[in-house]
Design a protein around this ligand. Structure first.
Ligand SMILES: NC(=O)c1ccc[n+]([C@@H]2O[C@H](COP(=O)([O-])OP(=O)(O)OC[C@H]3O[C@@H](n4cnc5c(N)ncnc54)[C@H](OP(=O)(O)O)[C@@H]3O)[C@@H](O)[C@H]2O)c1
Length: 268
């Protein structure tokens, strides 16, 4: 692994979670340089500046982590700093490789990465697509992202918006389910704090079991549902006319569609 410097242009919730994950994975702190207008310190002795550097990035991984609609404003100021040795990594939802190439015409390599917030614990998911997966710095980026959890190359950029909905937004959907589980228990008489603790640990345990098992989650669900028992009665509610499957499908469709809109907005 080369020890290329890593610039984080924008380091809010998502890039901050990634940086936390890299530090947990013992990446050296002096690899990282943050640019954020607020200049708010990150801690761990990491260099933070409120303006872009005066001289070019040179051979470096430069990750952009601001809001997608800001690309048109920020890229012109970055353009002269980006050269053929620079690898741009974008975590901007929706924004396509072609749009990024227009924004950074001189970049050597451009990679899109779609992380999720559990990367802060090294337990995230990162979808990846590069202009040239075999090209310069693609392997460096993949190695770096693999330190944050499961890193997967996505073969077709048209599916990247779906990946963004499934794993990028996914933690938000799972958090909603945890809340609903806890609130359901609370409504049936459990102490609220106890219900939340038990809901969170139930999701954590179920996720670990599913992660370690060769069986599909549907089979694991059947193992919980003893014939004639109570779990089946609950599953019958979720499965009635595929209620949960339809709800989740509509959820992913809505998020995917917004990712496509953001791609369109960034193209304008
Ligand atoms: N949140 C997620 O779970 C998630 C998941 C995957 C992808 N993403 C993508 O990550 C990106 C950031 O989302 P977020 O949730 O982390 O938002 P956020 O917390 O609002 O962070 C935005 C960052 O952009 C910085 N910024 C604003 N203007 C800038 C400028 N002119 N130059 C450089 N940096 C600038 C902000 O600086 P200050 O810190 O100084 O305010 C902040 O660090 C989005 O493109 C989103 O699509 C987010």
């Amino acid at each position: 692994m080369s020890e290329l410097p890593i610039w984080l242009i924008g380091c809010g919730n998502m890039a901050g979670a990634m940086l936390a994950g890299w530090l947990v994975a013992d990446e050296p702190t002096d690899r990282f340089r943050i640019v954020r207008p607020s200049g708010v310190p990150f801690g761990s002795g990491i260099s933070v500046q409120s303006h872009l550097p005066q001289s070019g990035f040179g051979e470096a991984i430069v990750q952009i982590g601001f809001k997608p609609h800001m690309l048109a404003d920020i890229a012109p100021d970055m353009r002269s700093l980006v050269g053929p040795e620079t690898c741009i990594v974008s975590i901007l939802a929706g924004v396509e490789l072609a749009t990024l190439r227009e924004a950074f015409p001189d970049a050597g390599q451009i990679v899109r990465a779609m992380p999720n917030t559990p990367v802060a614990l090294g337990k995230g998911v990162v979808g990846l697509i590069a202009e040239d997966e075999q090209g310069e710095h693609a392997a460096d980026v993949a190695t770096l992202m693999a330190k944050l959890g499961l890193a997967e190359w996505i073969a077709d950029e048209r599916l990247f918006d779906v990946v963004t909905a499934l794993s990028g937004s996914g933690p938000a959907f799972v958090f909603r389910f945890m809340d609903a589980l806890a609130r359901g228990g609370e409504a049936l008489g459990l102490d609220p704090a106890q219900a939340l603790r038990m809901a969170v640990e139930t999701v954590r345990g179920a996720a670990e079991l599913a992660g370690q098992s060769d069986e599909r989650p549907a089979t694991l669900a059947d193992r919980v549902a003893s014939p004639g028992g109570s779990t089946r009665k609950g599953l019958d509610i979720l499965d009635d006319d595929e209620a949960l499957a339809k709800l989740v499908h509509a959820t992913l469709e809505a998020a995917t569609s917004r990712n496509r809109e953001m791609a369109e907005e960034a193209r304008r």
